[in-house]
Design a protein around this ligand. Structure first.
Ligand code: NAD
Ligand code: TYD
Length: 353
C-alpha cells in the first residue's frame, strides 16, 4: 500500500510528507512539478528513506499522471499541487487556471479511470483528498459568523476562483461517478518551509534583513491562522475517517488582524537577536497600496471536524509563531537558497512602487 501526494515539495505538502513518516512507514509517492514554490531541499531529511519516492511531473500532463497512478496503484491521492499566491494570481492568472482547474480535472479523471478498475473493498476505502482553502467563501464582515461547510461560495480573486472551480469538480466527480472525494477548506497556514512571499515568512525575512515590511491598506484585515503541523494532523485523520463526498473546514481558531500579527512577529524576532543587534523591527513597517479585491476577514467554525473526528489545533498563535520564528532563525541557508533568483524578480515586481 502507498499514498500519492501531489505538490509534496511545496510548503504544506512537504510538511505533510515529513509528518507522515514520523507516524507511519507506509510509502509516499511524491509528485511535484517543482515550480518556483517547490523545493526538494524541504525533503532533504528523507534522502535515504526507502518509503519516499519523488517524481518530478506535472498534474496537467495526462500521460504522466496515468503512468504514475497505474504503476504505483495508490490507496489514496492527496492533491496539494497548486499555484497558491493571491498576489501572483492578480498579476497573472493563467497558471492558476491551468494547474488549479485543468490540472485537478486531469488528476480526477485519471483517478476515476484507475478507481473503476479496483476491487470493491479497495474502491470503498480509496480516497481522493482535494486540499482547498477558506478563500473560496469570499470575505466576512466583522459581525458575520465564521465559515462552515455549508457557507456560500463567493471567491474574489483569480486564485480563490480557481480553487472554487476545483472544489466543484471534486464534488461533481463524487456525485456523478462515485469517486470518493473529500474537499478540505482550511484557513491560512504558517510554519516551517513556507516560501517568503507569504505574509509571515516575508515579515520574518524582512526583519532579519532590515527591509521594509509592506502592509497592504490599513492592515486591519483579519486572517485565521492555522499551524501547518495541526493542518497535517487533521489531513491524516480525514484520510482515515473522513466521509467520502463531504467537505470539511479546518481552522486554527486564531483570528488576528494583519497589523497585530506583523507587530507580534517584529517583537518576537527582536527578542531573539543578540543584544548587539538590538533594534526595533516595527520601525520597518510600511503601509503600501491595498491589494485589489482584498478580502477583509476569514474565520472558520471547525465544529464539524472537531466533534466528528476529535481533532483540535494544538498550537496557539503564541506557541506556533515562536516555533516558526525559531525555525527561520535556525534555517538561514534554506531561506538564502529560496530567496535568490526568481524570488528577487517577484519582490521587485510586486513592491516596486
Ligand atoms: P505552495 O505554493 O507552497 O506549493 C505548491 C506545490 O505545488 C509546489 O511544490 C509546486 O511545485 C507544486 N506544483 C505547482 N503546480 C504544479 C503542477 N502543475 N503539477 C505538479 N506540481 C505542481 O502551496 P502550499 O501553501 O503548500 O499550498 C498547498 C495547497 O493548500 C494548495 O492547494 C493551496 O491552495 C492550499 N492552501 C494553502 C494555504 C496556505 O496558507 N498556504 C491555505 C489554504 C489552502
Ligand atoms: P498572504 O500570506 O498572501 O495570504 P492570503 O492572501 O492567502 O490570505 O497574506 C495574508 C494577509 O497579509 C492578507 O490579508 C494580505 C496581507 N499581506 C500584506 O499586508 N502585505 C504583504 O506583503 C503580503 C504578502 C500580504
Amino acid at each position: 500500500m502507498a499514498i500519492m501526494v501531489t505538490g509534496g515539495a511545496g510548503f504544506i505538502g512537504s510538511n505533510f510528507v515529513l509528518d507522515w513518516f514520523k507516524e507511519t512507514d507506509e510509502p509516499v509517492i511524491n509528485v511535484d512539478k517543482l515550480t518556483y514554490a517547490g523545493n526538494l531541499h524541504n525533503l532533504d531529511s528523507l534522502l535515504n528513506h526507502p518509503g519516499h519516492q519523488f517524481l518530478q511531473a506535472d498534474i496537467c500532463n495526462r500521460e504522466e499522471m496515468r503512468e504514475i497512478v497505474g504503476s504505483y496503484r495508490p490507496r489514496a491521492i492527496l492533491n496539494f499541487a497548486a499555484e497558491s499566491h493571491v498576489d501572483r494570481s492578480i498579476a497573472d492568472p493563467r497558471d492558476f487556471i491551468e494547474t488549479n482547474i485543468c490540472g485537478l480535472f486531469t488528476l480526477l479523471d485519471i483517478a476515476r479511470d484507475y478507481w473503476d478498475t479496483l476491487p470493491e473493498d479497495r474502491k470503498k476505502s480509496f480516497r481522493f483528498v482535494q486540499i482547498s482553502t477558506d478563500e473560496v467563501f469570499g470575505s466576512l464582515a466583522q459581525t458575520d459568523t465564521p465559515f462552515v461547510e455549508g457557507s456560500n461560495y463567493a471567491p474574489n480573486s483569480p486564485y480563490s476562483a480557481s480553487k472554487a472551480s476545483a472544489d466543484f469538480l471534486a464534488r461533481a466527480y463524487n456525485r456523478t461517478y462515485g469517486l470518493p472525494t473529500i474537499v478540505t477548506n482550511c484557513s491560512n497556514n504558517y510554519g516551517p518551509y513556507q516560501f517568503p512571499e507569504k505574509l509571515i515568512p516575508l515579515v520574518i525575512h524582512n526583519c532579519l534583513n532590515r527591509l521594509p515590511i509592506p502592509i497592504y491598506g490599513d492592515g486591519r484585515q483579519i486572517r485565521d491562522w492555522l499551524y501547518v503541523g495541526d493542518h497535517c494532523a487533521a489531513l491524516r485523520l480525514l484520510l482515515e475517517k473522513g466521509i467520502a463526498g463531504e467537505n470539511y473546514v479546518i481552522g486554527g481558531r486564531n483570528e488576528v488582524r494583519n497589523i497585530d500579527m506583523v507587530r507580534t512577529i517584529c517583537r518576537l524576532v527582536d527578542s531573539r537577536l543578540t543584544p548587539s543587534a538590538l533594534r526595533r523591527s516595527e520601525e520597518l513597517i510600511t503601509f503600501v497600496a491595498d491589494r485589489p479585491g482584498h478580502d477583509t476577514r476569514y474565520a472558520i467554525d471547525g465544529t464539524k471536524i472537531e466533534t466528528s473526528l476529535g481533532w483540535m489545533p494544538q498550537e496557539t498563535i503564541e506557541t506556533g509563531l515562536a516555533r516558526t520564528v525559531d525555525w527561520y532563525l535556525s534555517n538561514s541557508p534554506w531561506v538564502t537558497k529560496v530567496t535568490s533568483g526568481d524570488y528577487r524578480d517577484w519582490v521587485e515586481h510586486q513592491y516596486a512602487s
